[in-house]
Every structure is written in structure tokens, then in C-alpha cells.
Design a protein around this ligand. Sequence first.
Ligand code: ZN
Length: 244
Amino acid sequence: MTAKLKVTVWNEFRHEQHNEKVRSVYPGGIHAAIGEGLAGTADVAYATLDQDEEHGLSESRLAETDVLIWWGHMAHGDVKDEIVERVKRRVLQGMGLIVLHSGHFSKIFKTLMGTSCDLKWREADEKERLWVVSPGHPIAEGIGEYIELPQEEMYGEHFDIPQPDELVFVSWFEGGEVFRSGCTFHRGQGKIFYFRPGHETYPTYYNEQVRTVIRNAVKWAAPTRRDYPTYGNHKPLEAIGNKA
Ligand code: ZN
């Protein structure tokens, strides 16, 4: 039996402390609701922006993390560049990264994508339907043709990301826009999944199907157990030419 995956759920955790509406939806913080959805699947640890000097993301914490989940919104600029660099290094070494909702504008996502990651948005309590466009993809396992969320924030195209390696979900919104809501990327040895829903004033992270997607994404993004590749000057494996 293989050991349980180690997941660190990172949450900015500012809205919940400053906004009564958000606190009423997520009294324990958004991270707690996300972690609850992973119960039984992974060993979950939590980290938050203001918990310590390193935003809860010490070298040792990251070294012990198979998959990091990232939720941030109002304080992307408060995340220290050295910590972003540290997380990026771990992703390139193989740690999985799941970026949720407004994390599209986080420093870590932008640096790994290399584009503006900008998009259209609107808060109008509208319906969202996330269509599965890669039914054979492991992240869509257990999901029907679509996930319907009665109320969400709208994110619309164009979403300024590099062409995803795989597109798993495409959202339709009541107001007419569409959005690439579930995208996979590979960077170095690491796997990255961006998943759109999860605005802080809606109970999205209690939705069973949303939780299933995040659980599936954790398994998909888990590191592949193998030695890190060797780079640089390399001795030939075979004799080259007629040097025998
Ligand atoms: Zn939002």
C-alpha cells in the first residue's frame, strides 16, 4: 500500500477575516473547506499568508509537500518574491501545483505561465456550467457531462495563458461568456492544474463535484517517483567512432 499523498492547502486568508459575508460562507477559512474535501484522500496541512515570515511555506514544509493548492486574491502583492521563487523551484523539481480561481493572478501562477493571465470578470450571481471537454482525463473521473453551479463569479475569455497542455473543462456563463476553466500545464518535472470556480462569497468548495475534481487533480499532479534528471556535460555511453 502506498503512502497517502501530502497536500498543503495555501490560503491567503484575508477576506475571511475582514468580510462578514465571506466569513459566514467559510467560517473556518476557505482552506479548511478545501482540506475537508480531501479528507481520506490525502494528508492535509495548511499554510496561510500571515501565519509567519515565510507564509507557512518553509523549505521543510515544501520538501514534505507532494501537491500544493493555492487560493489567493486581494494580497498577491504581499507574497514575498523569495517564497514565490522557492515554490517555483519545487514545482520544477516535481511538486504538483493546483491554482484555484483568483489565483490566476498570483505571482506563482504568472511566473510559471509567463503571460499576463488576465481575463474578463463580473460579479452578478450568475449560473455557471463547466462542461467536461476531455471525458477520458483522470481529472474528470466521476464527473458527468458537466458541473452546474447555481451562482458564481463570471470569468470570460480571452484568458491570457499559454496554450494549455490539456483542456479538461470549459465554462459557460448565464451572461453569455465562455472560459477555459480546467487547464493542465507541465513545467520542468512538475504538473500544474488551474481550476476556475471558487469565488469567496459562494459556497463552491462545499460542492461535491468541485471537491471530486480537486481530489482527482491532486492524484494527477502528484510527483512521479524517479531520480531528478542529470544535466550538463555528459560522458558518452558508447565508444564514439573508431577509437577502439
Ligand atoms: Zn473571485
